[in-house]
Design a protein around this ligand. Sequence first.
Ligand SMILES: CC(C)(COP(=O)(O)OP(=O)(O)OC[C@H]1O[C@@H](n2cnc3c(N)ncnc32)[C@H](O)[C@@H]1OP(=O)(O)O)[C@@H](O)C(=O)NCCC(=O)NCCS
Length: 153
Amino acid sequence: MAETGKGASMNDITIRPLVWRDLDAIVKIDQKVTGKQRDVFWQNKITSYSGLDPGACLVAELDGEVVGFMFGERKYFEYGAPQSGWIEIIGIRPDLQHKGIGRLLAEALLGHFRRSHIGAVQTMVNPEDKNIMAFFEAMGFERGPLVNMQRKL
Ligand SMILES: CC(C)(COP(=O)(O)OP(=O)(O)OC[C@H]1O[C@@H](n2cnc3c(N)ncnc32)[C@H](O)[C@@H]1OP(=O)(O)O)[C@@H](O)C(=O)NCCC(=O)NCCS
């Protein structure tokens, strides 16, 4: 089992549903990852995602502290595809990345979608972002059938 520091291990990580009081911890993790303080952004994200599918919004806790989060949702027939689970947002506290927390969150979310009888899970990834590509590949994801289209204005 990977060590998380202070003698703790992955066995000490708890995955549980997101609750409103997690807002501050999520803002702090995002601040560490992106360097941006985005309280209103996260208030809006938590409001919208927890309203869509509360069981698909998960946090990872270590010693009572939130150290990672993953938000997903179900989409029904968007893009002509059958109902799918989507992984939309993920963040892990930088000093605890690459220790298995993302995998625990993803497995818990995949389990939630599986129990909801959803046959496929999708996500959108920038192929230039090698870290996130490597993470999803390690989680068994492969290129799907959808293509992103855009037009400059
Ligand atoms: C990318 C990220 C979500 C992965 O979470 P994590 O907790 O560090 O990942 P884990 O340690 O659980 O790794 C799970 C698997 O992915 C692989 N993996 C993760 N990051 C990797 C990388 N940069 N290169 C190669 N493999 C990687 C691991 O090797 C592991 O594979 P294994 O279980 O078969 O050994 C996390 O590092 C992160 O938050 N990064 C910065 C923020 C970010 O990119 N957010 C996404 C914006 S939407």
